[in-house]
Write a protein that binds this ligand. Structure first.
Ligand code: GAF
Length: 448
């Protein structure tokens, strides 16, 4: 983690003339597999990055959010009373939307001064928006003693994105940021909300997950993500099911008359199958077995769901030619990053991708290591009560926040409702809602 609590706290001191009450960190995510399945009530398997967003924060007594970002300028000054969707636009809609959603849910959240710093590239498909939302959510929850379970905090952060920002995203990114644990991926059933930690240690298998930031930027606000979501809903209606999660066999999607909708559905159904196959492989200790699943997922996103982009196709193909066991685009698509399962010594993979880019006259891509890392947490508690002039009462420590800090510095008291991983056989027995997956949808030709 290149971000430090000290840096954010230092900037807070400069801008606000006082110590923050604390500093919180929320990570970005990589989704190992299961793309565009979350809003279809399906399964996803993300893990947290060691990069993310920090929020240095203090309460204010005036019901105003003063939000500053080292990346986006500011400040944005947002009065909370009367705040409605549409009331804030641009980057400040993410943190303001979180405060709005928490208050809408009846949580005792008031004004705050927030300084936000990030070491996640924006628009790289690594969930930089959700990391902002989640850092602000845990900061406000801790500051105001809102003892809300992490799963509910994820739902509120998603509501902020859906209603204040206007992106109809699923629940994956916020859940990953808030619920993931180091050394694990998170199997999330997006219908029941149940989450299961799945041990994921590529290094123990002599492997690593490499992120290739392709340099092409995406924005979920441009309407194409929403269009895919609408197409999935149409496809489910055509099949007479509540959601595409309810389709077990990718072959069944051929019954949809519209060929575009049929392909969209085939991607979702087959990627759901790939998530469950990936979990079984990890349970059997076969990390290398993920390679073909990544390859097939990319082909499906490229050919059936049509959310890939030229740099992703070139990077995924070059990575595999350079020795990756499998590679695929990650996130919503139309720009962003590719992940590749690579040998621990990945020099040949990086060289192959660089060469493919150079051959097309493209600027070189950026590579990021992606060790499965910890979820959102408080990383600094300032033990001296803040003498902030606008605090409700600078002489009185907050009743809920400080006692909690004195009980333990580690994780906030709110706990993820996640289970532990079971053996594939046990889990298969208990997976009442699982589809019985058919053969992979499309054996995939590589891109040229
Ligand atoms: C974006 C969305 F925010 C997620 O909810 C998910 O749909 C993803 O795209 C695609 O899997 O990150």
């Amino acid at each position: 983690m290149s971000l430090t609590a000290g840096q954010a706290a230092g900037r807070f001191r400069t801008w606000h003339g006082a110590e923050p009450e604390g500093v919180w960190h929320a990570p970005g995510r990589v989704n190992l597999i299961g793309e565009h399945t979350d809003y279809n009530n399906g399964w996803v398997l993300p893990f947290a990055l060691d990069r993310g967003v920090v929020a240095a924060a203090s309460r204010r007594g005036d019901d105003v959010l003063d939000i500053r970002s080292l990346q986006s300028g500011g400040p944005a000054v947002v009065p909370l009373p009367g705040l409605r969707p549409g009331g804030v636009t641009g980057w400040a809609a993410y943190p303001a939307g979180v405060a709005w959603a928490m208050r809408e849910a009846g949580l005792p959240v008031g004004g705050a001064s927030l300084v936000i710093d990030s070491d996640l590239p924006q628009g790289a498909g690594l969930s930089s928006s959700a990391a902002i939302e989640c850092a602000v959510a845990i900061a406000l929850a801790d500051l105001y003693g809102a003892d809300v379970p992490r799963t509910e905090l994820a739902a509120l952060a998603r509501r902020a994105e859906n209603e204040m920002v206007g992106v109809p995203s699923g629940i994956m990114d916020q859940s990953a940021s808030l619920l993931c644990e180091a050394g694990h991926a998170l199997l999330l059933d997006c219908r029941s909300g149940q989450s299961t930690r799945v041990p994921f240690d590529p290094a123990a298998a002599g492997l690593a997950l490499l992120v290739v930031d392709t340099g092409a930027r995406h924005a979920l606000t441009d309407g194409r993500y929403a269009q895919r979501r609408a197409e999935c809903e149409q496809a489910a209606r055509a099949l007479g099911v509540p959601s595409l999660r309810d389709v077990a066999d990718p072959a069944r999607t051929a019954a949809i008359g519209d060929p575009v909708l049929a392909r969209r559905a085939r991607h979702v159904v087959s990627d759901n199958c790939r998530v469950l196959a990936a979990v079984d492989l990890l349970g059997a200790g076969d990390v290398a077995g993920l390679g073909p699943l990544l390859h097939d997922s990319h082909a499906s996103l490229r050919d059936d769901f049509e959310v890939s982009w030229p740099q992703a196709d070139v990077a995924a193909d070059a990575a595999e030619r350079g020795g990756a066991l499998g590679a695929r685009m990650v996130g919503g698509g139309f720009g962003g990053s590719v992940i590749a399962l690579v040998p621990a010594d990945d020099a040949a993979v990086r060289a192959a991708v660089r060469a493919a880019y150079a051959g097309r006259g493209w600027a070189p891509p950026t590579f990021l290591d992606a060790p499965p890392s910890a979820g959102a947490r408080r990383i600094l508690l300032i033990l001296t009560p803040p003498p902030h002039p606008s605090s409700p009462d600078p002489t009185t420590p907050p009743k809920t926040f400080w006692p909690r800090g004195s009980r333990g510095r580690g994780r906030p008291r709110t706990r993820a409702r996640s289970g532990t991983w079971q053996s594939p056989r046990t889990r298969r027995r208990s997976r009442a809602n699982s589809p019985i997956c058919g053969a992979p949808s499309t054996p995939s030709p590589r891109s040229a």
